[in-house]
Design a protein around this ligand. Structure first.
Ligand SMILES: [Fe+2]
Ligand SMILES: [Fe+2]
Length: 292
């Protein structure tokens, strides 16, 4: 007999969501007119499609060895969700291409490195995937738990990130469980992979943002001010990343498991709003944010 999965851990496959990207023009700086915050999330968006393909491939390499039926189902839903994220972020990234951003170049560089890593080092790739999934899940917990941070963002893009965040929480333990229970990756490799991802993920994001802010035509002085203000927003004493630190560090605890950390109240509230609005992610997110 298998243990029933608690409601909060149920991975829901959602498809064909409409984020209204074909409607009225989205403002260039859709995050409250702030260049740094907008380009921070835009840079993440350019990394998602190739990153998610890598996550899927890393987990898929061990799929045949998964004997637990529940975990098999979770792997299937994990792959489905990541594929949906890729589809939506590709649509969004087309808009960035029209603004002159070198999305194809960014993706090509990323694809070459990740495909090689996945082919040559499957366990290390899975450890990197579990680490990256921890980072996306903790960011999701944070932004859902501090929804006011997104108060001034365009409702369409905000809905994309909240929907994506919800699904990242739903499937946050899948890569980790496959890594530990199936691939037998130990504590040392798990931590090394986290250190590796923690260094290269922000570095890559900031390099893309540097490119984007140049394409935007901001002067040197404007870019300097944007970076100073933005880095304070991320790393200041009340900064977004600073406040995520305890959750981030939990990954290095020997007995860590994704479901031992992160609050789930706001996560449940968004899912309730989503079913009340019959699967409309924009209305669900508007209701969710208004209830701050
Ligand atoms: Fe994703
Ligand atoms: Fe994910």
């Amino acid at each position: 007999m298998t243990t029933p999965v608690p409601a909060e851990r149920e991975i829901v496959p959602r498809a064909n969501l409409d984020f209204g990207l074909q409607g009225d023009e989205i403002p260039r700086y859709w995050f409250g007119g702030d260049a740094f915050r907008t380009r921070f999330f835009d840079a993440l968006s350019t990394l998602f499609p190739q990153g998610e393909r890598f996550f899927i491939e890393s987990v898929r390499k061990f799929r045949d060895q998964v004997t637990d039926e529940d975990l098999q189902t979770e792997v299937k839903h994990f792959i489905f969700q990541e594929a949906q994220h890729t589809r939506v972020h590709n649509d969004f990234n087309d808009r960035l291409k029209r603004q002159g951003m070198a999305v194809d170049h960014i993706e090509k560089q990323q694809r070459d490195v990740l495909a090689w890593t996945c082919r040559k080092f499957p366990r290390w790739s899975l450890a990197q995937t579990a680490a990256a999934e921890h980072i996306t899940a903790l960011m999701s917990h944070f932004f859902l738990g501090n929804r006011d941070v997104f108060q001034e963002a365009d409702p369409r893009i905000r809905a994309i990130y909240f929907w994506h965040g919800i699904e990242e929480i739903e499937h946050k333990a899948v890569a980790f469980d496959v890594m530990q229970r199936v691939a037998g990756v130990g504590y040392f490799m798990r931590c090394m992979a986290m250190l590796y991802v923690s260094f290269f993920f922000p570095l890559h994001t900031f390099m893309i943002m540097r490119h984007m802010l140049k394409v935007d035509g901001l002067s040197r002085g404007q870019r300097f001010r944007a970076w100073m203000k933005g880095l304070w927003w991320l790393y200041g004493p009340r900064g977004v990343f600073t406040r995520m630190l305890p959750h981030y560090l939990a990954y290095y605890l020997p007995g860590y498991h994704p479901w031992k950390h992160g609050e789930t109240r706001s996560f449940s509230q968004w899912r309730e709003a989503y079913s009340r609005h019959d699967g409309d992610p924009i209305s669900a997110t508007n209701t969710f944010v208004a209830a701050t």
